[in-house]
Design a binder for this molecule. Structure first.
Ligand code: 13P
Length: 256
């Protein structure tokens, strides 16, 4: 059975004090947990958030990395550094990275490999634009974006999570309907089957992201191919993120 993963992507939000108190609240609430919990703070706060969550069920991840192992890449952070400050995971290919920073599938494929080589769990984000959905391109776009896995072996897939985040649902308050989410997730799982076979496809977690809130989380997480949530806005406050984690725990118990 796939364990549900509830991840909070803080994006470029929360200064040190606010992030630390959020991390402290989450760690206090979840010394242990039936679902995996991940928070991805901005890079300058990885150390302090890790210090406040270590020993709890809350893991810490980076929002991005650069694929080179080290060197003259001003402004970038490599996988080794994420590992060194206590990260277990990294988000790769978030739509904001694709949209605002020009990240291509080829670049992302290199980042995925780098993350895995450094022992990080890689959360590869995919998702279509509204115009692509409206022109019936959703599946073609998702298939193309899965080329981020081009250099990933079946064995390495144990450390890969896919996050389906339709761009039109991110930060808009418009959530994909449960049917739209389930349909896209089922498509992604069938693509994973083509790429890696039944076993890997059945074992890989596929998260949904895009306006996940306390009041829609349980319904989304109850879909058979939705194995967790990647939460933006609602992960910035302890009470709303905890409600989503609780929905995950409930969905997990319904799966059992
Ligand atoms: P929102 O939950 O704010 O829509 O953001 C989703 C997201 O992009 C998470 O990575």
């Amino acid at each position: 059975m796939r364990q549900i993963l509830v991840a909070g992507n803080w994006k470029m939000n929360l200064l040190g004090a606010a992030g630390s108190s959020l991390a402290t609240a989450l760690a206090a609430k979840y010394p242990i947990s039936a679902v995996e919990i991940l928070v991805c703070p901005p890079a300058p706060y990885l150390v302090s958030v890790h210090a406040r969550t270590s020993g709890s069920a809350v893991r810490v991840g980076g929002q991005n990395l650069y694929f080179a192992p080290q060197g003259a890449f001003t402004g970038e952070v490599c996988g080794d550094m994420l590992k060194d400050v206590g990260c277990s995971s990294v988000l790769i290919g978030h739509s904001e990275r694709r949209q605002f920073f020009g990240e291509t599938d080829d670049l992302l494929a290199k980042k995925v490999v780098a993350g895995l080589q450094h022992g990080l769990q890689v959360v590869l984000c995919v998702g279509e634009l509204l115009s692509e959905r409206q022109s019936d391109q959703t599946e073609a776009v998702l298939k193309r974006q899965l080329s981020g896995l081009a250099q990933v072996s079946a064995e390495q897939m144990a450390n890969v999570v896919i996050a389906y985040e339709p761009v039109w649902a991110i930060g808009t308050g418009v959530t994909a309907s449960t049917e739209q989410a389930q349909q896209a997730h089922a498509f992604l799982r069938s693509e994973l089957k083509t790429l890696y076979g039944e076993q890997v496809s059945a074992a890989t977690r596929i998260l949904y992201g895009g306006s996940v809130k306390a009041d829609n989380a349980l319904e989304l997480l109850s879909q058979s191919d939705v194995d967790g949530a990647l939460v933006g806005g609602a992960s910035l406050k302890a009470d709303s993120f905890i409600s989503i984690i609780e929905a995950g725990i409930q969905a997990m118990s319904l799966r059992a």
